[in-house]
Ligand binder design. Structure first.
Ligand code: TXA
Ligand code: MG
Length: 318
């Protein structure tokens, strides 16, 4: 099993030796390694069991450091970075040769983010290389929002997990790219499209495609628990299964037909950001119950509700 701790020196020593570790961020926990070291990057793909056509996000601690491996920073990207970095925004930017092709799956752009988490920011400040870090879950499964989630799934394969407490945002970063003067959202995430549009103007959301060549990792079936998930057809489920066999992920109100112990309420107050924070832990909780299926209630299609619904629909696509 991995050691769970808050020892930055230990984390740094392991990363400098080319090893990969669990790292907290405000969105979800990452599986981090030296982005400029082929051996470390290869190990990330192995540990995650991730196909090599799915590129990684590179994490850094400052705009200055980012400019060392990015060729060009379009004006709109600069504006967005000024407002949302550090934070849950990933920008797709033209890369320099310093970034191995393995990191970007051969693409000409690299995904970059400055995370807003005190521990990982300090770690990144102390390192003289950026960290490639996909979410620290086996490929296709729910992302981890606590150190213990990383331990349960990848603990046998990594030496150390830096514990930064529960992730405050709870869903992955919003991925934004720039093409022919257009701003494109490739993955809905922790920063709402409405907030991005306040800065960048109208954007195009392309995050729903299952075969989007620009974003090979955005597979339709993703973020899935082991149990089947449904987001529609509750009536039909109640005919096929007894109430005891159905788990509920509800937004605000419990479902009257189903036992309370089978239900996880995301936010009784109706806060979409609290719902995001609790989403993956809720799915994990339900996945561990002695039930047969999970019904997940969709949220109103606005703010972080859009990103949450995107995750739920993908979980249901399996
Ligand atoms: O919040 C997050 O973004 C977390 C934390 C750890 O930072 N990371 C994360 O990484 O969610 P991951 O690997 O689970 O998802 C990264 C996504 C993938 O779907 C991948 O296809 C896409 O980013 N991606 C990476 N580089 C890309 C690129 N150059 N062009 C298009 N999509 C890219
Ligand atoms: Mg992921």
């Amino acid at each position: 099993m991995a050691t769970i701790g808050t020892n930055l020196q230990e984390a740094r020593k392991l990363l400098e030796a080319g090893q990969v570790i669990g790292m907290p961020t405000e969105t979800v926990y990452g599986l981090a390694g030296n982005a400029l070291n082929l051996q470390a990057v290869t190990r990330i793909f192995e540990v995650k069991n991730r196909p090599s056509f799915d590129p990684l996000i590179v994490h850094s601690s400052s705009r200055e450091k980012v400019s060392q491996f990015v060729r060009e920073f379009p004006p709109t990207a600069k504006l967005l970075a000024e407002v949302f970095w550090p934070g849950a925004l990933t920008l797709l930017l033209p890369k320099t040769n310093a970034v191995p092709d393995l990191v970007t799956a051969g693409l000409d752009t690299v995904a970059v983010r400055i995370p807003n988490h005190p521990l990982s920011r300090q770690l990144l400040q102390e390192l003289d290389f950026p960290l490639a870090a996909p979410s620290a879950n086996p490929f296709g499964y729910i992302s981890p929002t606590q150190a213990i989630h990383v331990q349960t799934q990848l603990g046998e394969k990594i030496p150390y997990i830096l514990d930064g407490g529960p992730s405050q945002v709870g869903i992955e970063s919003t991925i934004v790219g720039f093409e022919g003067g257009e701003v494109i959202v490739y993955r809905l995430g922790g920063i709402a499209v409405e907030d991005i549009e306040k800065i960048a103007g109208k954007v195009r959301v392309m995050a729903h495609s299952s075969s989007n060549p620009k974003a090979p990792g955005m597979l339709k079936s993703h973020y899935a628990p082991r149990k089947p998930v449904f987001t529609t057809g509750f009536e039909t489920l109640t005919k096929q299964y007894s109430p005891e066999q159905i788990g509920i992920l509800a937004f605000q109100e419990p479902f009257a037909e189903i036992p309370g112990t089978n239900q996880f309420i995301l936010s009784p107050e109706g806060s979409t950001s609290l719902a995001a924070q609790r989403l993956f832990a809720g799915l994990r909780h339900l996945d561990g119950l002695p039930i047969s299926v999970i019904f997940a209630e969709l949220l109103p299609e606005k703010e972080l509700g859009r990103a949450i619904n995107d995750r739920l629909r993908r979980a249901a696509a399996k």
